[in-house]
Design a protein around this ligand. Structure first.
Ligand code: AMP
Length: 127
């Protein structure tokens, strides 16, 4: 079954300007803003402006222009935060949750950029 995009999700409302955000970067096809409940000193969410539910939806259906712009937006935010190891930054982690097992809360593709401290183990051990 193909993806169905819910245009009432909170990030769609942010994109329409119905809910405020603390903007970090905006490009033609992407928006980056701070996470409302930060899990690290730097916690930025990067979202495409198009109606994509999660990463595989975007990767398979977005235009080349959207994919390039979104990917570069992530790089630009890392540079803006000063966390790129390529410029002596201390690094970061990218996370993109999808679906039930991925524990995705908001059904609009977003990449979390977490930085500013050691982010710890890649995943929590099963309880
Ligand atoms: P995920 O579990 O990957 O879907 O993550 C959703 C993220 O969205 C969480 O880290 C939330 O803290 C964040 N979030 C939810 N509402 C807002 C909002 N209005 N502004 C910024 N971040 C939000």
């Amino acid at each position: 079954m193909p993806y169905t995009y819910d245009d009432q999700n909170i990030f769609a409302k942010i994109l329409r300007g119905e809910i405020p955000c603390t903007k970090v970067l905006e490009t033609d096809h992407a928006l980056a803003f701070t996470d409302i409940s930060p899990k690290a000193p730097h916690h930025v969410l990067v979202i495409p402006k198009g109606p994509y539910v999660c990463h595989d939806h975007f990767a398979l259906h977005a235009t080349d222009a959207e994919i390039v712009d979104f990917t570069r937006a992530i790089g630009k935010v890392c540079a803006q935060l000063g966390v790129s190891p390529g410029t002596q930054g201390a690094g970061y982690r990218l996370i993109s949750n999808a679906g039930t097992d991925g524990v995705q809360e908001v059904p609009h593709l977003h990449v979390h950029i977490l930085a500013g401290r050691n982010i710890g183990p890649m995943v929590m051990a099963p309880s």
